[in-house]
Design a protein around this ligand. Structure first.
Ligand code: BTN
Length: 262
């Protein structure tokens, strides 16, 4: 199936016109002991978003989930999510869309003049419109990943009228529909390249930094332990955001990040 999809990556592809959720299907395959499968769908009827949020996945998007069983410590698992954000950004750039990453893994497009300080504010990140989101699910032992499902949702050929507020699509940015098969293949190939060995994983943070929108910006991060506000200065292993706050430097491992006006 990998060959039929024209894919130069070590995954077999299960394609569905319509599915509840590709993440859910990938989890079923994981329960059957499978690995190295990419589930790709044209439309999802029961998508899962981060933090239990709703995610719209009508026909025309790129909705996919990659199931692997990487032989790495559980502590490094967040790198796979960041790798998916890098891979999605690169696939978008290949079709001419200047995508950037908002920590930890939202892929945004900041239009000319709409960077920090402009009034393009929205629910998902001021100064940018959300092109893609990523939801990772995993199971493993304390020290080793068992299976890992990285789900990527890209608003590919979606009419802007039907997008949620603060979102954009590849077709809207490009002014014409994109080749979704090719886009998915680029994304999957790049993801495989970034994650296929422990050495390759070492390259994820440098690649993420180069594509980041968040670094150098004022941010407000909503974490389980409260709000962290300050200047985002770096991302550190295994994907923590380093924020300079009035109380000093803090590392944030998980949370919802908002870019503030500078
Ligand atoms: C987010 O909330 O930003 C993450 C959204 C992730 C959506 C994708 S679409 C493919 C995969 N299947 C799902 O049900 N969710 C993810």
């Amino acid at each position: 199936p990998g060959i039929a999809f024209g894919l130069d990556a070590p995954y077999s592809v299960e394609y569905r016109d319509r599915i509840g959720s590709t993440n859910e299907r990938a989890r079923e395959l994981a329960a059957e002991g499978k690995s190295d499968v990419a589930v790709v769908a044209d439309e999802q009827t029961g998508s899962r978003g981060r933090l239990d949020r709703e995610w719209m996945a009508p026909s025309g998007g790129v909705w996919l989930s990659i199931l692997t069983r990487p032989d790495v410590p559980t502590a490094r698992a967040p790198l796979f999510t960041l790798a998916a954000a890098v891979a999605t950004t690169d696939a978008a750039r290949e079709v001419g869309v200047d995508a950037r990453i908002k920590w930890p893994n939202d892929v945004l497009v900041e239009r000319e003049g709409s960077a920090a300080g402009a009034d393009d504010s929205d629910a998902t990140g001021r100064g940018g419109r959300k092109l893609a989101g990523i939801l990772t699910e995993m199971e493993g032992e304390a020290d080793r990943v068992g299976w890992l499902v990285v789900g990527v949702g890209v608003n590919a050929n979606i009419d802007p009228e039907t997008l949620p507020a603060g979102a954009t699509s590849l077709s809207d940015e490009c002014g014409a529909p994109v080749d979704r098969r090719r886009f998915a293949a680029t994304l999957l190939e790049r993801y495989a390249e970034l994650t296929d060995s422990p050495e390759a994983l070492d390259g994820v943070l440098p690649a993420w930094r180069e594509r980041a929108s968040t670094l150098g910006r004022r941010v407000r991060v909503d974490t389980a332990d409260g709000i962290v506000e300050g200047t985002a200065v770096d991302v550190a292993e295994p994907g923590a955001l380093v924020v300079d706050t009035d109380e000093g430097r803090q590392r944030v491992h998980a949370g919802d990040c908002e870019h503030l006006r500078d």
